[in-house]
Write a protein that binds this ligand. Sequence first.
Ligand SMILES: Cc1cc2nc3c(=O)[nH]c(=O)nc-3n(C[C@H](O)[C@H](O)[C@H](O)COP(=O)(O)OP(=O)(O)OC[C@H]3O[C@@H](n4cnc5c(N)ncnc54)[C@H](O)[C@@H]3O)c2cc1C
Length: 495
Amino acid sequence: MNKNPQTPLVFCTILLLLKSLHANSHSHSHTVCIIGSGIGGASVAHFLRRYSDPQTIGQITIFERHGVVGGRMATVTIAGETFESGASILHPKNYHALNYTKYLNLRVKQPKHADDSLSLGIWDGHKFVYKTLNSSSKLPIVQRFVAIANSIVMLLRYGVFSLLRMSSFVEATVNKFLRYYEGFESRPVFESVEGMLKWAGLYNLTTRTLGEELVNVGLSPILIQELVTVITRINYGQSVNISGLAGAVSLAGSGGGLWSVEGGNWQMAAGLINRSEVVLHLHEEIESISYLGDVYELNSTKGKSYNCQVAVVATPLDELNILFNPAISLPPRKLQHTHATFVRGLLNPAYFGLGSLSDIPELVGTTETADVPFSSISILKEHEKDMTYKIFSREPLADALLDVIFSVRVETIKINWAAYPHYQAPETYAPFILDGNHLYYVNAFENAASTMETSAVAAENIARLILSRLSQQVYYSSTNLKSFSSDSSRLHVEL
Ligand SMILES: Cc1cc2nc3c(=O)[nH]c(=O)nc-3n(C[C@H](O)[C@H](O)[C@H](O)COP(=O)(O)OP(=O)(O)OC[C@H]3O[C@@H](n4cnc5c(N)ncnc54)[C@H](O)[C@@H]3O)c2cc1C
């Protein structure tokens, strides 16, 4: 029997307190504005929803200056057929991207040449310094034989040990990167790119060039000057002077098991945005972001104004004119432009000093020389009478030049991409938190490497960082210290 007459009163007070706590927790729901609908922006929205409840994160708004989502994941339609025009390939260990495809019921597509049978030539502007055998036979046994012969030619030219050392270098780097998929118990929330790289053991790779790293691990100079250079020129439009980390990522993107999303990689961004209860503003370019004390005011070129408690920049700021008030400071960074030219037609064998079209390898890579106006030419599709080609170059390709490289040109589409950072070593990094408050920058991580997956990995960390810092803010500003402190510690453990 209750002998204390004050107990019902205490009980009522606790109930009232709990009710007020519940009401308070609703009033602490935060609005988030994200600039950019690429894989980075879409992933921030996705992970914010996954790691929090509506009491913590309220409305999420994404602004996209173009009329479609996906950013550098985009397709081009040439002669009635659609191909990836930007980010095209994913690595078998790109686990966020793989999870997205499962979550969104998207279909994984293997590349046409999953079996090493792609013919490769390395062109130095005058001759093919390396060329694999090419067979027009469709018989699997013949193709297998050609693949084996090509492996032997490659081993002889570049050296067995050099090739093995190259693949160990890539494997070791990929294994370190896999730490970013560890659970929250062992993986902290990172406040800086440097901290994030150091924790995974990847930071040192960004202090030296790829060339230096590979000499260090004992690769032959010819392998670096030819095969490795071809790969960095294809994947980043740059030489082996890119950082060791960007270089390792680039080399990993030339291995086996690569894949893409059937119908276009951009569907990952579209699906994540669709499923994350996002208010999406297409054709709305943000031109200024001002901190007003407790909210950010975003102004768009449409003359509209939006307020959010958290603002996330999910696009490279280097070539944009967004006005920040107060001003922010970023280390200088140049973007590497890649000109992607799509041609339906036929290459001119005479340009390569060859007698027939079938002698031209399916992938023509190039060495680092002023004599070559393009980084690579590859066949995207063979049609009955002609082909669709993709050419990457650092400078735009004039029609007059294209008419020398091609003997037939039915249709041509040219895209100028502000593609990825111009990498250097040692790298410098912009902060993840741009103003010490709640203005975040996903693409600070692009100085480490620029891929769809690295954007997703950076975005996941930004989502955790936002939630972790909001929970601390609630902790410090709340009068109901006890309740919120237990809540916030739970959040920290889970994130
Ligand atoms: C030619 C090319 C080939 C590539 N190949 C590969 C590959 O094979 N594999 C791979 O993994 N990666 C590849 N990449 C890199 C990959 O595309 C990028 O790393 C990744 O897509 C970046 O995504 P993001 O969301 O960070 O940025 P983005 O995709 O650039 O998204 C930013 C978005 O923000 C929007 N935006 C910008 N400013 C504003 C503003 N003021 N207001 C509103 N919206 C704004 C932009 O329109 C854009 O849609 C390639 C890139 C290029 C260009």
